[in-house]
Write a protein that binds this ligand. Structure first.
Ligand code: ZN
Length: 133
């Protein structure tokens, strides 16, 4: 069986379908399960990881991602990408108290990305913004 990796465009489209229908999904595992279910309707060989689905959702302006940590953690501050030394950008989401939390860093040039999941489990919620109107 050949595994098939969905394109970013494909995933963006499916994540949009799932969230506009469910309006709120309470974990990245649940979101990726719903996304995969739809993908498999088109091709049963599709595979996708919860982390990739979350990253797609973070890039979509219509989706609000909230994060919850068990305790406050401080990330080591980095100013440049450790891979290519380009400018690095913080990855921030709001937590349940509407405060911004830093969940990691991403490079503006290459694919380097670090996030807190390497250090501790985080719980995410995904909200479809138009549902709040
Ligand atoms: Zn880089």
């Amino acid at each position: 069986m050949d595994k098939k990796i969905p394109s970013k465009e494909k995933l963006t489209q499916i994540v949009k379908q799932v969230l506009s229908q469910h309006l709120k999904v309470n974990s990245q595992e649940e979101l990726s399960r719903l996304v995969l279910k739809r993908l498999k309707r088109e091709n049963k060989d599709y595979v996708v990881s919860p982390v990739r689905v979350k990253r797609i959702a973070l890039d979509m302006p219509k989706i609000e991602v909230k994060a919850k940590t068990k305790k406050a953690v401080r990330l080591q501050k980095i100013n440049h990408c450790p891979v290519c030394h380009s400018k690095i950008e913080p990855l921030e989401v709001k937590n349940l108290a509407e405060r911004k939390v830093l969940i990691g860093y991403q490079c503006t040039k290459c694919a380097y990305q670090s996030d807190l999941e390497s250090f501790l489990p985080m719980k995410y919620a995904f909200l479809w913004k138009e549902a709040k109107v």
